[in-house]
Ligand binder design. Sequence first.
Ligand code: GLA
Length: 398
Amino acid sequence: MDSLTASIYDPADLPDAFVKIYGGSKDSVQVFSAPARINIIGEHIDYNGGMVFPAAINRYLYIAIRKRSDTKILYNDIRFPGSYEFDVNDNFVYDKKNDYANYLNGILSQLKSSGHSFGSGFEILMVSNIPAGGGISSSSALECAFAYAVSETFGFNIDRIEIAKLGQMSEHVFMNVNCGIMDQYIIATGKKDTAELLDCAKIEHEYVPLQLGDYRFVVMNTKKQRKLADSKYNERRAQCEQGLAELQAAGLNVPNLCSITPEVFEKNGSAIKDEVIYRRVRHCVTENDRVLRAVAALRADKLEELGQLLYASHNSLRDDYEVTGIELDTLVDVASKQPGCIGARMTGAGFGGCAIALVHKDKAEDFIKNVQAGYSKVVGYEGGFFACSSGDGVREIK
Ligand code: GLA
């Protein structure tokens, strides 16, 4: 099982832990939560104007926060080592040795540059039940929980979509990762029992009921240490820009790759001379089409069809976009051979991280046991597994 399954932190304990560190009374402590997400389908197309289909899940990160009477900022985390102290008047810059505090300082720096001012400092204590660096957006959950907590505490009243944009800007400007909007958006706006069809060109969403009958999504964590993931991510993005520029130069009048249908690509794709760029673009075009078909299948209660689209998405990410690797491929391959599994694919950026599988609820336990065995036989160490349900977007919990 996932190592965290054994030690899920109960957020009811957070205010006590908070006053143990900072003193004072629990009454003035506010607690906020932000979920992890899975992306059901629509991978690496949020930054290409595509349609993506993520869902918030019932694994959360929690932040307890209280204003201070001075201008100090104090960060503590229950599980991650390191207490950090800053000041609201600091000029926040990325610093490797600040570890997780960089995600928080990135948000503060965005808030300050968008004109928000802090009359006082504050202190926070965090804890996360989301596997870190595991591809289900632990860092976006941190950004959104923190941005929302600070916004509510200081009365900025920033709306949810702006919270998502703040998180994304912080990744671009502060963390130097050129991510799309999907992760922060679903974490900021997600609703239990739904997934979101998110139009990344318009930055608008539609809730789609996530009715899976007897099936559940199982999250499968490769537990691979991701090293070059960020630079490869930025490289993929640049390749897509190149592909789009070539198609436009050849006369195709489109604003982004995902406004190209498979039929139009068939006719015009040969304008892309480089074979690698061609495959990157083909992934984007076909993936966007799969999203629309997957949502239609879910709405029509055709889960087997949805499952087949998940496999097709994985294959395209493996062969055309090349962001899977032995770990994710093994998880999906072993999963696909298990009774009760009707679909599986990598989720998130790839290069390690997590995959998801759609599994009959009565088979989930055996499924996890068997995939764990098959996975560790190939890669030499264990993965992490848990069945999830949908969750709520960022909010204050009482
Ligand atoms: C990461 C990014 C997202 C998205 C996915 C791939 O999770 O943060 O914006 O691009 O990768 O779909």
